[in-house]
Design a protein around this ligand. Structure first.
Ligand code: UD1
Ligand code: CA
Length: 486
């Protein structure tokens, strides 16, 4: 099928403050399933095949522009097909949606034949919904096509007014409705308009703020066509995808829908997702991955085939290979885990760490900027910061890499097949050679050559029969303290 929206520029209105969010953050930057609200309409317009996308910004404009540049700008992290297709236009004063559309139109490229206008606060809208409205414009030859929805209680939305022949003649806002008959109209305006550019220019010029809110209403372009007896095509869209976000209750409801949509998408790709897991937008899961309840997967996280993300794990921007087991309640951030590794329960893998194939990181082990080579193990209670641990090396329980001297961070290097006895402190910078052995309880302050044994603990003495003398002494001390208090 031909793309109904080529030669069409999208204009997304996002300059409003979103007063009802009660927030210092502009409404369109509130997160939904891990991405700011504005991400979704922009992506929908790009996926629908619009030639370009103009986002009208105003309130909190610097922050919105910064986000758009990062998510859709000419940078390597953005899909090639999207780069350079999103720009912004500024609406200096928020005088209404009609005024915002005017601000956007100025930025539209000259050869655009039509303009798709919609609102930045409708995240559930899909590209196919936009394409359906675009197709309605091209199948007939009206001046514009709009989407409509029908529900029993469309309170708050603009209502679609039709004449006796069923032709759309006007959209009337909730606050401007004149009678109970009008208030009873079930058909409402979700705010998607595909308009021929030449018509749009004159329609926007005609707007006047003569209404209950003293604003320039974009919806009045419908009335402008109506009085000229111009046909307006309409497409009925499911109300569930067209709910606008005005407050945090609506935000939470839409997020629920989005998360379910994402989970079902993964399930259809052969992934098991247990009830209550939260998988945000942008996460990639390969076939036969299992995600257990209350796991949270965010950002650019990717998980390879047959890996298990167990109950309560939190993964942020983590690359996980195949056959990995992430046991319950492990927290991993900006790190890489290679195939067949095992992590957790209760492991903390902090940024810039790398866990090699078949490596093990056990309970209460914290890694920061540390690389474990293939087969290395740190099974219990350790802090490994700024380190390299060679192949098959074994880190005993309670080992600490003392990486910080209060001013600078230093590196600890452990050779392949080395053995670090329990409760050892490695004071960085320090290097333990291949196959070396560090005795339990050693504080290592000097490099240990390959194959050497390092042992640095105080020598033990045993005093026969001394325990009962010690107890008698302690008892006497206790009694003298008690009698002095009387
Ligand atoms: C609007 C429609 C209404 C429709 C509803 C659907 C108008 C006049 N009314 O009402 O018919 O049923 O959406 O959700 O269009 N914006 C600007 N600049 C402004 C004002 C708004 O950019 O000066 C942006 C907002 O950031 C927002 C969008 O336009 O993303 C819609 O504005 P909002 O105030 O939410 O309009 P509604 O009252 O919901
Ligand atoms: Ca709205």
């Amino acid at each position: 099928m031909l793309n109904p929206l080529d030669k069409t520029s999208a204009v997304i209105l996002a300059a409003g403050q979103g007063t009802r969010m009660k927030s210092g953050l502009p409404k369109v930057l509130h997160a939904l399933a891990g991405k700011p609200l504005i991400y979704y309409p922009v992506r929908a317009a790009l996926e629908a095949g619009c030639a370009e996308v103009v986002v009208v910004v105003g309130h909190g404009r610097e922050a919105v522009e910064r986000y758009l540049a990062e998510a859709f700008g000419d940078v390597p992290s953005v899909p090639v097909a999207w780069r350079g297709r999103v720009k912004t236009a500024v609406q200096h004063e928020q005088l209404g949606t009609g005024d915002a559309a005017r601000a956007g139109l100025v930025a539209v490229q000259p050869d655009a034949e039509s303009v798709l206008i919609f609102y930045g606060d409708v995240p559930l809208l899909r590209s196919e919904d936009l394409a359906a409205v675009g197709a309605a414009l091209h199948n007939k030859t009206p001046c514009m096509a709009i989407a409509t929805c029908s529900t029993d209680n469309p309170f708050g939305y603009g209502r679609i007014l039709r004449n006796a022949q069923g032709k759309i003649v006007e959209i009337r806002e909730q606050k401007d409705l004149r009678s109970d008959e009008e208030r009873a109209i079930r058909e409402w305006n979700p705010g998607v308009y595909v308009v021929r550019k030449s018509f749009l220019i004159s329609a926007l010029e005609s707007l006047k703020p003569t209404n209950a809110q003293c604003e320039y209403y974009l919806t009045d372009i419908v009335g402008f066509a109506g009085v000229r007896h111009q046909d307006i095509a309409s497409v009925s869209l499911p109300a569930a995808v067209m709910d606008g976000i005005n407050d945090r209750v609506q935000l939470a409801r839409a997020e629920r829908v989005m998360l379910d949509r994402l989970a079902d998408m993964h399930r259809k790709n052969g992934v098991t997702i247990r009830e209550g897991a939260r998988i945000e937008e942008g996460v990639v899961l390969e076939q036969d991955v299992v995600v257990e309840s209350f796991a949270v997967l965010r950002g650019s996280t990717r998980v390879g085939r047959h890996s298990v993300v167990d109950v309560g794990c939190v993964l942020t921007n983590v690359e996980v290979g195949e056959g990995v087991s992430l046991k319950p309640y492990s927290v991993l951030t900006n790190s890489v885990v290679h195939a067949q590794a095992q992590i957790g329960p209760f492991s903390h893998i902090r940024p810039d760490s790398e866990v090699g194939e078949y490596a093990h990181v056990g309970n209460f082990v914290e890694l920061k900027k540390t690389k474990l080579e293939r087969g290395a193990k740190a099974n219990h209670l350790s802090y490994l910061g700024d380190g390299f641990v060679g192949e098959n090396a074994n880190i005993g329980a309670g080992t600490i890499f003392c990486n910080y001297d209060g001013v600078q961070k230093h590196t600890t290097r452990i050779g392949r097949d080395a053995f670090i006895g329990s409760d050892s402190q490695l004071v960085a910078p320090v290097t333990i050679g291949d196959g070396a052995y560090v005795g339990t309880g050693t504080t290592v302050t000097r490099d240990v050559p390959s194959g050497a044994l390092a042992i640095g603990r105080a020598k033990q003495e045993n005093k026969d029969g001394y325990a009962s003398r010690l107890r008698a002494r302690f008892k006497a001390q206790k009694e003298s303290i008690a009698s002095s208090k009387k």
